[in-house]
Design a protein around this ligand. Sequence first.
Ligand code: HEM
Length: 317
Amino acid sequence: MSVKAEQFPFPFTEDRYAYSNNSSLQKPARSVTMTDRYLEEIQLKRELLQANHQRCFRSLPLSLESQWEAMRRIFNELAENEPEHFSFEKRGNEYRFQNLLLGEEERFKYRDLSSIERQPLDIAGRHVQEDLIIMGDRHDGLFLEAGQLCFPSNWSLTFVLGMDFKSIHTPVPGITHKDFIGKVERFISRIRQNEAWERKNWSMTISNKLDTPLETYANWGKLRLQVTDENVGELVHLRVEVQRLLRLPLTNDILFTIHTYLLSLNDLIRNDLWLKRLYTTIQFLSDDIAEYKGIALYKNELMQFLEKTLSEKGISL
Ligand code: HEM
């Protein structure tokens, strides 16, 4: 599902790419946002949750307090920022959230599990385009304690449930170099209550498929072998995740949200600056990162396509 180019959060601010803590403080603090893909993506999420609930939702019992806090926070944000689509009312301990776009409502008594049929994060995630993760902030680090994850980029919630922040990042090449990931973890541990930070992560994917979990790699991974000089512009998509980190004030845990955007190369190259930046980024990408992001298999076709387009447009580097 591609988004319109105007809504696409193009990630490259320089011509070369290196892992960096490219986080910026958000004012006002937001953990969720909407695009014009809302209805399609919510429908897809619901289908995935229906068919593969165990894969898409996981939690540890100690995450429940943070889940309640996250749900209330998300419903508050939606009602405040999109009042024409959502409302959220409180009477004593009883809450009513209305989603006018879907014609649905959620009623619950705060922190009363008997008043809800699903866990709070599993309810909240069904109303937003973002994947939602709770990172428990414990005395010895950050741990992944709950998640509703429908659109992962080749990772598995089941595999990382309960894992600490550094271990989660072990598959990423070079991420421990100069203690990069240790510094990121210390940065997160210093985020203050109600503060939200945002960063962009990027990768490439084949087709406009948002759900690429590790568990179904056998189905979608092989699409990378189908890229040819003729179809590269249509098949290959830049995949950008806008990730937000918000400190929940009561539990002191972190709500980590991931909003995934896709844009086909054919749409991307309409913007000359984007075309140039993508070309130089891929050109200087190290082999291990190209391999990790799955680009190595079609890098030749990709580079030839970008070079041809640059020359047709008369753009010099
Ligand atoms: C606190 C919430 C976070 C969670 C739950 C999380 C989780 C993950 C996961 C599951 C992966 C994929 C690992 C794999 O291939 O198996 C990943 C990749 C990565 N993460 Fe995080 N992450 C978080 C925050 C951050 C932050 C704040 C940064 C940097 C400032 C960061 C940097 C990266 C990088 C650079 C990659 C490699 C992505 C790529 O090249 O495609 N992560 N993360």
